[in-house]
Design a protein around this ligand. Structure first.
Ligand code: AP5
Ligand code: MG
Length: 213
């Protein structure tokens, strides 16, 4: 969990040592929009405005992902669950498959830093690599270091939309934070500092045996 731009995607890319699947609900939704699927068309407007996709639609999609993956593989979820309704449903799915959560990582970043990070973010549309105009620019301006594709700016990274997303996040995350705190699963981290520092902060709190297994 974490506010928009806290660095969930950036951290997930750096936690490859966990060797578990990284699943980002936002990336999944953006692919649906790109493919012009019926679902993509129905969620496009809400996402561009920085609103949440309805619980019903989110659960429908995430259910497909959850039940479609091999039970033996762990996962790192980014952006889901995002409301209490989603979390309660997710708990039920885990129960049925007799799976347990290791923890809920919460990345915390002040609003002004959020705006700075998101208005400067650029993304590779082909491989999803993340860049930032100041803190992590590509070697050649506007072009992905890896595949050479032209970088794009996310529609919802316009400043007024970012501020709206941040406000919504504060509102919707409160009960969720409580939910995971009550289960003794909440791990809070400051998302300030460079990406390597944030990743180190998180890894230092993990059980290393788990990471290497
Ligand atoms: P989603 O894609 O999940 O967006 P988000 O939560 O707003 O988070 P972001 O992806 O914008 O930020 P991030 O934390 O991943 O940061 P990043 O690593 O990119 O969701 C988008 C939309 O989808 C939602 O608004 C909603 O409409 C819908 N949605 C998704 N899930 C949903 C759900 N469960 N229910 C309902 N609706 C849902 O980093 C940001 C930038 O900062 C990058 O440029 C990066 O290079 C830079 N950066 C990162 N870390 C650092 C650092 N430590 N120092 C300096 N720069 C850094
Ligand atoms: Mg992300």
């Amino acid at each position: 969990m974490g506010s928009p731009g806290a660095g969930k995607g950036t951290l997930a890319a750096r936690l490859k040592a966990l060797r578990v699947e990284h699943f980002s609900s936002g990336d999944y939704f953006r692919r649906e929009i790109e493919r012009r699927t019926p679902l993509g068309r129905s969620i496009e407007a809400a996402m561009e405005r920085g609103e949440l996709v309805s619980d019903e639609m989110t659960l429908q999609l995430l259910r497909q992902w959850f039940w479609g993956r091999p039970a033996s593989r762990g996962f790192l979820l980014d952006g889901f669950p995002r409301t209490l309704v989603q979390a309660v449903n997710f708990d039920e799915w885990l129960d049925v498959r007799q799976e347990t959560l290791t923890g809920c990582l919460l990345l915390e970043l002040p609003e002004e830093a959020t705006v700075e990070r998101l208005t400067g973010r650029r993304v590779c549309p082909r491989d999803g690599r993340l860049y930032h105009l100041k803190s992590h620019p590509p070697a050649n301006p506007g072009v992905c270091d890896d595949c050479g594709s032209e970088l794009v700016r996310r529609e919802d990274d316009e400043e007024s939309v970012v501020r709206h997303r941040h406000e919504l996040y504060l509102e919707s995350s409160r009960p969720l934070i409580e939910h995971y705190r009550n289960q003794g699963l909440l791990w809070r981290f400051s998302a300030e500092g460079d990406p390597a520092e944030v990743a180190r902060r998180v890894l230092d709190r993990f059980d290393l045996n788990f990471i290497e297994s």
